[in-house]
Ligand binder design. Sequence first.
Ligand code: ZN
Length: 207
Amino acid sequence: MPETVELDRSALARRGRRLEYFTIAWNSLEGVVGIGAGVMAGSISLIAFGIDSFIEITSGSVLLWRMSSDSDKERREKREAIALKIVGVCFLALCLYVAYEAITTLSKHEAPERSIAGIVLAIASLVVMPLLARAKRRVGNQMGSVAMAADAKQSEFCYYLSAILLAGLALNAAFGLWWADPVAALAMVPLIAHEGIEALQGETCRD
Ligand SMILES: [Zn+2]
């Protein structure tokens, strides 16, 4: 019996690692396109979205490291706790950056340009992220890994950010509402803060 359990765990950890490789690859693209298009268009919400991709890469890499030592229970638990803390700190750093940039942009009345690349990126993430989040959540639940579940939330959260991003970019492109972009970025802040605080307070063992 215990052998079956171990086998299941190692299969799940392998699946977890595959999902994290995909996360890292996708977000490298998302980050480069987001920041590139964001800088070109002067869009704070797009730049914030791009930076969030690098947070997702950090989170994904940490989880990859966590999933590669799953067979050793002691190491597993140690890595689980460290992974969760790193993910939490990443969220809070992003939160501060976005709040600062959005407020600066609003106070300077900086209008972003239209960004078709940004709109295409937001739509692509809107499609991919819910699927990725669901797959990760399933692995996290089956393994009882809170860090994996927190990482799944990062992907889920990227989905919300894509929706907000798309709204800001579309309102600006269609109606020239310059403030829609920084306001969209500000709308992301409480969501990001909440996730960061939750990860930092996170209990690594479930009751
Ligand atoms: Zn993302």
